[in-house]
Design a protein. Structure first.
Length: 317
């Protein structure tokens, strides 16, 4: 039995869920009416990313309530937002894919605006947050990262942190095929797009609960962004290290000259230590940086399963 074109899923909405029990009921209440009003066949794929609260029960109930349009992927543990999205990408049926956070920071009511841009011929539509509602620290740290990304990669986007985005299917297929591990999905998608566009989207405060990202995870994520898309950190470091060695070589010449022609001197000992410590720290940074890339290479080479799906709730489509 072949599906008639009217039966094909047009829009897949992908939502990662990690401890969002307080947000899910409101999300369901706001999201489904928006999608029902689209007049296109759609599906919503939730990935439960190892939540420790009642999120999975709520997702199960939602699947029972709307089995035709709801799919739930249940991870056995927490693998992070981007892996949760990846697992859904590997299973999408729609021609257009929309990603969204579960905490209602991205209003679901903006989805039609993204779809309008896709319909206008773009293959990638990134949202950027108007009046970002995050802590002072998060907002400014994010600006800094934006700046670094702009100058080290050739990815151009106003707001890489905004997950409210829409993609045409070939981009999602390319992302899945790339088998990326430590990745930053908006940036990866951008690198595969031919005709990207952006739209401003409202940003709300988290409906309930606190951000799931710790300071440490944010640093990791931004490392993924920069090292995943450019070798610039390594290259800048090499240039800096070369300048340092030229300087040190000069210093050695000067010290040798003094030693030979002016005699031994002990007073300059601490200056020398200062220089030495500086050079050692430079070396350590360099080793760490190389380690970042080697670690990532190792993960890819090792090709271990990136996440484990415990169960999937869905109806055949
Ligand atoms: N999330 C996830 N796994 C995680 C952390 C977050 O699936 O390990 C989900 C979370 O439920 C939400 C989205 O990713 O839907 C964004 O997370 P959060 O709101 O904590 O990030 P922020 O808005 O602070 O960047
Ligand atoms: Mg959030």
């Amino acid at each position: 039995m072949s599906a008639s074109p009217a039966d094909l899923v047009r829009v897949s909405v992908v939502i990662p869920v990690y401890n969002e029990e307080l947000n899910l009921p409101v999300l369901f209440a706001r999201l489904y009416p928006v999608l029902d009003a689209l007049g296109r066949r759609y599906e919503v794929i939730f990935t439960n990313d190892g939540s420790a609260d009642r999120s999975i029960e709520l997702l199960r109930a939602q699947h029972a309530a709307r089995p035709d349009v709801t799919r739930v992927i249940d991870f056995n543990a927490n693998y992070g937002q981007h892996m949760a999205i990846m697992a859904a990408f590997e299973r999408v049926r729609g021609e257009i894919i929309v990603t969204l956070d579960a905490d209602l920071q991205n209003p679901p009511e903006e989805i039609p605006n993204l779809l309008a841009k896709i319909d206008a011929g773009h293959d990638y539509v990134g949202g950027y947050r108007l009046n970002r509602q995050d802590s002072f620290f998060r907002t400014y740290a994010s600006r800094l990262i934006n700046y670094v990304r702009e100058h080290t990669t050739n990815i151009e986007m106003t707001d890489q942190g905004c997950m409210l985005r829409a993609y045409r299917r070939p981009i999602i297929d390319a992302i899945v095929q790339s088998g990326a591990i430590n990745t930053f999905i908006p940036a990866l998608a951008y690198s595969f797009s031919g005709n990207p566009a952006e739209v401003g989207v409202k940003h709300e405060e988290r409906h309930a609960g606190a951000s799931n990202y710790s300071f440490y995870q944010l640093i990791r994520l931004n490392f993924d962004l920069i090292t995943g898309f450019s070798l610039a950190p390594l290259q800048y470091f090499t240039m800096f290290a070369m300048a340092c060695s030229a300087g040190s070589f000069l210093l050695v010449l000067i010290i040798a000259y003094r030693r030979i022609f002016l005699g031994a001197e002990a007073e300059g000992l601490f200056t020398l230590f200062g220089i030495l410590f500086f050079l050692i720290s430079v070396t350590m940074v360099g080793i760490g940086l190389i380690g970042e890339y080697v670690g990532r290479t190792y993960q890819v080479v090792r090709a271990r399963q990136r996440y484990h799906v415990r169960s999937i709730l869905e109806t055949k489509g």
